[in-house]
Design a protein around this ligand. Structure first.
Ligand SMILES: Cc1cc2nc3c(=O)[nH]c(=O)nc-3n(C[C@H](O)[C@H](O)[C@H](O)COP(=O)(O)O)c2cc1C
Length: 470
């Protein structure tokens, strides 16, 4: 029986399955922060794809200037958000929760405001703006609200071991938790029985930052304060971000950024030990708070395994569902073979950094939404594949496939010696070549390639070729 497609109830909200689209900034809004058609199309697509919970991208609880970002800092934003929720409900049965965020000021000069600069009044205003924004989520018809306490933003900086405040809001863990707990209490008082989740880092992934050991206690304290689920992220901090001349510091450029959005070189399920440690700790203390795991969880087998071994209660899939919002629907129908699979090129992240519309590397060039097709005809292809192994790399070349709609891309599969084939990468059409830079001499590699179309129909596999680097 599939655990992934079993329902889960979080306070008053029952999710039809355990697949979560975690918050992903789209850069589709203007700087005014209002919902527009492009935003609506992005989230309707996720809803239609069948995820149990769609967390809408971080939206600001305050009116501080920023690049393109959604806002929920005043009642004027409610009608647009309400209309978006209605459109999502028409598209699919999943639930929807805005992620609400407070961030500090940052400038191109390299200056950034720190939590140490905040007065007591500023701190109270942050608490009150979270509570007000949460009530707007109810007014706009959402099923829950998620409080952003992860990465480089204000509440995460309070939780951080690098919090340098000298008053009751800094220093000890009790003091670092003070504002996050005050925010949860204020939100709970404002929203009553409405589901409230928190996203926070299971590990800061910076020198001197907290690890899962303190994250366990943070989760415990937040759950005691009235949080209904915890969604575990990692890293994404300013402290190790790489400065670029004339650009505002982007908190995902350093090692902690890699840990937040692990790229190609990271193992699948790279961060699962974080929700696992936190969940075990909560259960040992009699707390049933559901835990969301995220970070390179991309196949139904891995997702089921994370759930069945008890590492988490829900699975967040950000980039995999950006690549193919229909992942849940296709997998539930037993058609993982039709999923367009993320290759972790992190172009989405690079675009976010430049305030450009967040799009997937695999989408047809220039598109701002994932393509959609119900076509059932797979690409036609002669399946010929040429291989060369020199200059320290293995190169594959093939002739283009054809399709009644459009050839969308090619999956690259590799087996090392006599192991099973793994899909190691994807290449968007019209490119018809691939270089494997990770092969080493003395080992036999086998490869095949498969074309796919917009609906994810796969062509027959190419011939299998073999290479040994000299
Ligand atoms: C383009 C982009 C934007 C993101 N924006 C947010 C955000 O607004 N809030 C948040 O908590 N995480 C954000 N994340 C992090 C993701 O929610 C997720 O934790 C991360 O991508 C790892 O999960 P994955 O391997 O399934 O992609 C973003 C990630 C990407 C790639």
């Amino acid at each position: 029986m599939s655990l992934l497609f079993s329902p889960i109830t979080i306070r008053s909200m029952t999710l039809p399955n355990r697949i979560v689209v975690p918050a992903m900034v789209t850069r589709l809004s203007g700087e005014d922060g209002f919902v527009n058609d492009d935003i609506t199309n992005r989230y309707v697509r996720f809803a239609k794809g069948g995820a149990g919970l769609v967390v809408l991208e971080a939206m600001a609880v305050h009116s501080s200037k920023s690049g393109p970002l959604l806002r929920i800092s005043g009642d004027e934003y409610i009608p647009g958000l309400r209309d978006l929720r209605r459109r999502m409900a028409d598209a699919g049965p999943g639930k929807a929760a805005p992620q609400i965020i407070h961030f500090l000021k940052i400038s191109r000069s390299g200056w950034r405001q720190k939590i140490e600069d905040l007065s007591q009044d500023d701190i109270h205003a942050i608490r009150d703006s979270y509570a007000a924004a949460a009530t707007r989520c109810i007014a706009a018809g959402y099923d829950a609200v998620e409080l952003h306490m992860a990465h480089a933003y204000t509440l995460s900086s309070f939780l951080s071991r690098l919090n340098k405040r000298r008053d009751g809001y800094g220093g000890s863990l009790e003091n670092r938790l003070r504002l996050p707990v005050e925010v949860v209490s204020a939100v709970r008082a404002a929203v009553g029985d409405f589901p409230v989740g928190v996203r926070f880092d299971g590990e800061e992934c910076i020198k001197g930052g907290y690890t899962v050991e303190e994250a366990k206690v943070i989760a415990w304290r937040l759950a005691q304060a009235g949080v209904d689920y915890v969604s575990i992220s990692a890293g994404g901090k300013f402290e190790d971000a790489i400065p670029r001349q004339g650009e505002p510091l982007y908190p995902y450029t350093g090692y902690s950024g890699d840990r937040c959005m692990p790229g190609k070189t990271w193992p699948n399920g790279a961060n699962r030990y974080l929700p696992a440690g936190i969940k075990t700790f909560l259960r040992q203390r009699g707390l049933a708070t559901p835990v969301v795991a995220t970070g390179k969880i991309n196949t139904p087998e891995l997702a089921e395994e994370v759930l069945s071994c008890g590492d988490a209660d829900m699975i967040g899939m950000a980039r995999p569902l950006l690549a193919d919002p229909d992942w849940p629907r296709k997998v539930q129908a037993g058609r993982f073979d039709k999923v367009i699979r993320c290759c972790y090129a992190n172009i989405c992240k690079a675009r976010d950094e430049r305030f450009q519309t967040v799009a997937c590397f695999l989408w047809p060039r220039g598109e701002i939404q994932a393509p959609e097709s119900d076509d059932g005809v797979p690409p036609a292809w002669d399946g010929q594949l040429a291989v060369t192994a020199d200059q320290g790399r293995v190169s594959l070349k093939w002739s283009p496939a054809t399709d009644n709609e459009a050839v969308y891309g090619y999956d690259i599969w590799r087996a090392i010696e006599d192991s099973d084939f793994d899909r190691i990468d994807a290449i968007p059409a019209p490119v018809t070549a691939y270089h494997d830079m990770t092969a080493v001499s003395g080992i036999k590699y086998r490869y095949f390639v498969q074309a796919y179309d917009l609906a994810g129909n796969r062509s027959k596999a190419s011939i299998v070729v073999q290479a040994v680097l000299k």
